[in-house]
Write a protein that binds this ligand. Structure first.
Ligand code: SF4
Ligand code: SF4
Ligand code: FES
Length: 242
């Protein structure tokens, strides 16, 4: 049985949106928020994979701190006062999403993930009616060399979910990020065509966790391109229990 003092030391109290909560000291703001049905928009975070704070969509305000902090990677502290839904944050989320849409060629009407896309849904959720920054229209080559999958960097938001799932869950570590800025894209096995990869197990986990149409399955219609993610929390629990 855990000693009462140890138990107390492991519990912290904080306020989120004027409501008081107790939580474990090793939890992040996002975990506490989700456990208590407080919605914080996210794109790179996904239950079952490590948190990397890449998309910056989940930023929240913490009283006494000028900078916004990512809820997915910020651990809670005793007495922390967090706001998740202020005018500043609503504006920030629209700006982040504007950059994501403008950076690549997200033309939803001709995308395989149209109507099943997390980026598209997030745009609607935060009320993004138009993009205020200029579109960059990069020319990025599609890799369709894999027998079963396609990698279209024009739809990629560099959330690195695919890299993490291949490494952390499948244990294959086929995928990585190559280059920076506009040229940044996901590559397989140090840049060889994905179809020539000797170690890709074709498990499809990367495709299933991809939030957009960047990774998709060949031979499926747009209506069939639903991503299936149910396996992830289960496999993560199994892995941790090993
Ligand atoms: S199909 Fe599986 S092994 Fe191949 S790149 Fe995707 S996650 Fe990695
Ligand atoms: S290919 Fe998909 S999962 Fe991978 S970084 Fe791009 S958007 Fe994220
Ligand atoms: S969800 Fe936290 S930075 Fe992307």
């Amino acid at each position: 049985m855990i000693d009462a003092n140890v138990q107390r030391a492991r519990t912290k109290t904080l306020t989120i949106n004027d409501q008081a909560f107790s939580a474990r000291s090793d939890q992040t703001i996002l975990q506490v928020a989700r456990e208590n049905n407080i919605d914080i928009p996210t794109l790179c975070a996904i239950e079952g994979l490590s948190d990397i704070g890449a998309c910056r969509l989940c930023l929240v305000e913490i009283a006494g701190q000028r900078e916004l902090k990512p809820a997915c990677t910020t651990r809670i502290k005793d007495g922390m006062v967090v706001s998740t839904d202020t005018e500043r944050l609503r504006k920030h989320r629209k700006t982040i999403l504007s950059f994501l849409f403008a950076e690549r060629n997200h033309i939803c009407s001709v995308c395989v993930s149209n109507a099943h896309c997390e980026l598209q849904k997030m745009g609607a959720k935060v009320g993004l009616t138009h993009v205020e920054v200029p579109y960059l229209y990069p020319k990025l080559q599609v890799d369709a060399s894999h027998r079963r999958f396609i990698n279209d960097p024009n739809r990629c938001i560099l959330c690195l979910r695919c890299v993490r799932v291949c490494d952390e869950i499948e244990g294959a570590h086929i995928l990585d990020v190559f280059a920076r800025g506009l040229e940044a894209r996901i590559i397989a096995e140090m840049g060889r065509p994905w179809g020539e990869s000797e170690n890709c197990t074709e498990c499809g986990k990367c495709v299933q966790v991809c939030p957009t149409g960047a990774l998709n399955e060949k031979g499926l219609s747009v209506a069939e391109q639903h991503k299936r993610r149910g396996f992830l929390p289960y496999l993560t629990t199994m892995k941790r229990g090993r």
